[in-house]
Design a protein around this ligand. Structure first.
Ligand SMILES: *[C@@H]1O[C@H](CO)[C@@H](O)[C@H](O)[C@H]1NC(C)=O
Ligand SMILES: *[C@@H]1O[C@H](CO)[C@@H](O)[C@H](O)[C@H]1NC(C)=O
Ligand SMILES: *[C@@H]1O[C@H](CO)[C@@H](O)[C@H](O)[C@H]1NC(C)=O
Ligand SMILES: *[C@@H]1O[C@H](CO)[C@@H](O)[C@H](O)[C@H]1NC(C)=O
Ligand SMILES: *[C@@H]1O[C@H](CO)[C@@H](O)[C@H](O)[C@H]1NC(C)=O
Ligand SMILES: *[C@@H]1O[C@H](CO)[C@@H](O)[C@H](O)[C@H]1NC(C)=O
Length: 407
């Protein structure tokens, strides 16, 4: 798909060069772009010096950092238990903070550049192209990696209340990008959870800073008000789209991510007569999270939710020009249906909702609340059938991005 598009762009440029030999030089890029990836959208490297491991065959010590995230070798049966133990965070209900397992040091390589968010697997073997279709297209518009298109990978296991270092780095990255591009305002582009993360940033950073440095904000597939899918992650786990992975095996790691709690559906967009989870003995609405966590035996999740749910609950406007882009028309978890047999450790059936396959439509559309209600216009565009991940390779979306960044 990406190959087909690049071919076409190449053909168009080729004609322009033939027809206008004199003016044919590299096109000038438009506004510089800084990309903030979503949940699972950054490479994670780890270095180990552990004293214990869940299985005898798990490596406990490494001399150097190795790629831990979406690495086929790490996700193979058996070895996956080691992966889960290395990825897991520990939540401290006194400090309200998470930390790595003892003896695990993590790094999120490539801050500032885009390589580590274009491909999630550095070997490029695993089919995990992420932002590469967009960045590759931008190169044909005259953009240059790490100069006019830049990336801000982060520890997606955490939520904004634990990201103050990242926000400092992000602010510096935007300022540097503005300067190295001849004092040109920057377009921020987020995918999925990257957008709530950016909203939190825009909510606290002074307006004068935004007026000086920010041209616009392009949000792709944002869960502004959460997504029902997170409740399935907490209850039963998710196989990360890898068929050989058993959801229950990775559940401990997914439960330990405060970002999962940050993305739970909020009662601003779901009311207390809508059942989100059904099990034989009880139903749960958006107002029953305490009971939900009690019944799945993970009260730590409720503590995490208490910390993270207020962060962008009010959905205060970003107060920068916003282009809110998302898909629709794909079955998305609406109500999770558990039986005696599946509750809570096996995958539920579901009553589908509208959405992009991951995020419910009401949450994707919540940006419309800011239309005529903030500093800067809000353009809301729906791309039919643009699935949550596939939206990053959608030709119409890429054309729209081009119209914003080259305007
Ligand atoms: C590894 O951890 C042990 C304590 O468990 C410590 O004594 C040792 O210095 C550590 N090694 C390195 C290379 O950090
Ligand atoms: C806080 O953590 C401690 C130690 O893990 C645990 O015993 C206690 O039940 C936790 N409290 C809550 C409210 O989760
Ligand atoms: C990216 O650009 C920054 C700032 O100009 C520079 O310090 C850094 O070395 C560059 N990184 C790469 C991988 O080229
Ligand atoms: C930078 O901006 C100045 C003033 O707008 C302009 O004259 C100059 O050509 C620009 N330089 C580049 C490299 O774009
Ligand atoms: C709750 O939401 C449902 C579905 O959107 C709607 O049909 C119902 O009227 C709402 N109930 C209340 C009490 O607001
Ligand atoms: C749960 O909700 C379903 C559908 O909304 C309903 O049919 C069922 O009776 C409810 N079960 C309980 C235990 O409340």
């Amino acid at each position: 798909m990406a190959f087909g598009r690049n071919q076409r762009v190449f053909t168009v440029n080729f004609f322009i060069i033939l027809l206008c030999p004199v003016v044919a030089s590299l096109p000038k890029p438009g506004f510089p772009v800084v990309i903030v990836p979503g949940d699972g959208g950054s490479q994670i490297f780890a270095k180990l010096n552990k004293t214990s491991a869940p299985e005898v065959y798990c490596v406990k010590k490494t001399d150097t950092f190795f790629n831990m995230w979406l690495n086929l070798e790490e996700l193979a049966p058996f070895v996956i238990d080691c992966f889960v133990d290395n990825m897991k965070l520990n939540y401290n209900n006194q400090t309200r903070k998470t930390s790595n397992q003892p003896g695990v040091e993590t790094a999120f390589p490539g801050f500032g550049d885009t390589q580590t968010i274009e491909w999630l697997d550095p070997t490029h073997i695993f089919p995990t192209t992420y932002f590469s279709p967009i960045v590759e297209a931008m190169l044909t518009w005259g953009y240059q990696r790490n100069v006019s298109v830049r990336g801000a990978p982060f520890d997606f296991r955490k939520s904004p209340n634990e990201m103050s270092e990242f926000y400092k780095d992000l602010q510096a990255l935007v300022e540097e990008t503005y300067e190295i591009n001849n004092n040109t305002r920057v377009v921020m582009m987020g995918h999925s959870m990257g957008n709530p993360v950016l909203l939190y940033f825009f909510n606290y950073i002074p307006q004068a800073w935004k007026d000086k440095y920010i041209q616009a904000f392009i949000s792709l597939a944002s869960p502004w008000a959460g997504a029902v899918k997170t409740l399935r992650l907490f209850a039963s786990g998710d196989n990360l789209g890898v068929p050989i992975v058993k959801p229950i095996t990775v559940r401990p790691e997914q439960r330990a991510m405060t970002s999962t709690a940050f993305l739970m559906p909020t009662n601003k967009y779901w009311n207390n007569s809508e059942v989100l989870v059904v099990q034989p003995h009880r139903n749960y609405t958006v107002n029953d999270y305490k009971q939900f966590f009690e019944d799945i035996g993970f009260m730590t999740g409720f503590e995490m939710w208490k910390d993270t749910s207020p962060l962008i609950y009010d959905l205060d406007p970003p107060n920068v020009e916003l282009h809110c882009l998302h898909g629709n028309g794909i079955e998305t978890p609406g109500t999770l249906l558990y039986t005696e047999k599946t509750w809570p450790d096996s995958q539920p059936a579901m009553i589908p909702d509208q959405g992009d396959g991951t995020v419910n439509i009401r949450s994707l559309m919540a940006c419309t609340r800011w239309q005529n209600n903030q500093k800067g216009r809000v353009v809301h565009k729906v791309f039919p059938n643009a699935e949550h991940m596939a939206i990053l390779a959608n030709e119409d979306v890429i054309k729209y991005i081009q119209s914003v960044v080259l305007s």
